[in-house]
Design a protein around this ligand. Sequence first.
Ligand SMILES: CC(=O)SCCNC(=O)CCNC(=O)[C@H](O)C(C)(C)COP(=O)(O)OP(=O)(O)OC[C@H]1O[C@@H](n2cnc3c(N)ncnc32)[C@H](O)[C@@H]1OP(=O)(O)O
Length: 196
Amino acid sequence: MLIHGAGGHAKVVVSILSACGERVTGVFDDNRIGLWQPGAHVIRPYTPDFKGSEKLIIAIGNNQDRKRIADSVCHAFGKAIHPAAIVDNTVVIGEGTVIVHGAIVQAGSCIGDHVIVNTGAIVDHDCLISDFVHIASAATLCGSVRVGECTLVGAGSVVAPGIAIGKECVIGAGAVVVRDVPDYAKVVGNPARVII
Ligand SMILES: CC(=O)SCCNC(=O)CCNC(=O)[C@H](O)C(C)(C)COP(=O)(O)OP(=O)(O)OC[C@H]1O[C@@H](n2cnc3c(N)ncnc32)[C@H](O)[C@@H]1OP(=O)(O)O
C-alpha cells in the first residue's frame, strides 16, 4: 500500500496497515522530502507512475487537503481498518477510508470515500457519512445521523439521534449537537451553537 502524507495521521495509518499485515511500499508528500522514521521510508513528491498498480491511502487529517489530493492523483485507493475496530458486517465503507483503533461502526451505517473514523469514535446504527468527513477521536454519533461532505466532527463531541449536519461544517471538540447544523457552520458548546 502507498500512502500520501507523512504527518501525525500518516503514522496512525502505518500502524493500522502494520496491524493488518500490510506493508507500506511508498510514501508521498510534496512538502516533506527525505527520510521518514516509521519504517525509514523515503518520502517523495507524488508521481502517478511510481508503483502505479498499487493502491493509495491519503493519510492526511485535514479534510479539504484530502479532497484536493484525491481529485488530483491517478492511483486506485485502498482502505485501512484496524483489527481492533468493530465494524458491523452490514456497513458499507468507501475507498480511501480509514477506521482507527477502537472505533465502532454499527449496523446499517454507510461511510463514504476518504473518511476518517478516528480512535475510539462511535458511529451508531443507520448513520450516513459523506465523503472526506473526519469523525475525530472519541466522538459519538447516535443512530441515523447524517454528516455532509468535508465536515469535521470534533473530538469527544456527541451528536443526538437523527441530526443532519451539513457540508464543510466544524463541530467543536466536546460539543453536544441537538439541532441540525447548516452547511459551512462552526458550532461549539452544550447545547452546540453556531459561532460563525
Ligand atoms: C487525533 C486528533 O487529533 S483528532 C482532532 C480533531 N480536531 C478537533 O477535535 C478540533 C476541533 N476544533 C475546535 O474545537 C476549535 O476550538 C474550533 C474549530 C471549534 C474553534 O476554533 P477557532 O475558529 O479558532 O475559534 P477560537 O479558538 O477563536 O474560539 C472562538 C470562541 O469559541 C470558543 N471555543 C472554541 N472551541 C470551543 C470548543 N470546542 N468548545 C467550546 N467553546 C469553544 C472559544 O473559547 C472562543 O470563545 P470566546 O469568543 O468567548 O473567547
